[in-house]
Design a protein around this ligand. Sequence first.
Ligand SMILES: *[C@@H]1O[C@H](CO)[C@@H](O)[C@H](O)[C@H]1NC(C)=O
Length: 292
Amino acid sequence: MVSLASSKASFMLQISIIASLLIVASAGNFYQDVDENFGDQRFKILEGGQLLTLSLDKLSGSGFQSKNEYIFGRFDMQLKLIPGNSAGTVTTFYLSSQREAHDEIDFEFLGNSSGQPYTVHTNVYVQGKGGKEQQFRLWFDPTTSFHTYSIVWNSQRIIFLVDNIPIRAFNNQESIGVPFPNNQAMRVYCSLWNADDWATEGGRVKTDWTNAPLLVTYRNFNPNGCVKSPGSSTCGSTNSLNNDQAWQTQGLDGNGRNRLRWVQQKYMIYNYCTDASRFPQGFPPECKGSRF
Ligand SMILES: *[C@@H]1O[C@H](CO)[C@@H](O)[C@H](O)[C@H]1NC(C)=O
């Protein structure tokens, strides 16, 4: 005779097995989701599509792009950055449209000498114009394990998140004349390249090739967005396997605003909105008022 307690326990076990299967199923597969766009054999998909590595050597870096183009969405990627001496390198995860006056939403990771912190560089371009840089340190070592970096892009705002903690929000303020990216579809791009002419201390610290190839690992790409159907400028289907549409209206609640404030106070190292030397005629309109 099975006691009530143990049948309940086995029911709970089944539920948790089903839940973990769903999580595995909803993590993307790199074979299905992306194409190499430079670097040839430096781009590698491993473990049946679960893992992807980009490598950089003296001759070239490497990169890939999503097969789909999206009009809004939430894009999660887990990255493990180059361990040890990563000075001179740039690792990226960003959205970009293809037209000349392009839109772009950037996460860039600027490497550093061994033991020195990475810089997380963020920017937003609209119709070819960027200049909205904010930079951060991380509250963990991004080279020893995977962490999740996310871009939420909906019609009201863009949110950059690290391990689900918002580090930056860029609101749609078209009503006061601030351009917002909302009429060009974008692909997801990732790359690893040598930028030792500027990336680390303004180009003073060069890439150390003795440990080349330098390697970045990506996993759990989850493009949860509105997929642009070919030949149309509108959104065809949403390719969300878990059918989670929360990104469409995602914003910041009180808790989110508190966390954003915590990151901006403790970890922000550059903000264009406080760089008076760049804006002798006055700050851009989105810089006025609340930063959150
Ligand atoms: C590298 O580390 C130094 C020393 O901590 C720091 O001042 C510099 O901003 C770092 N560079 C980057 C690109 O993060």
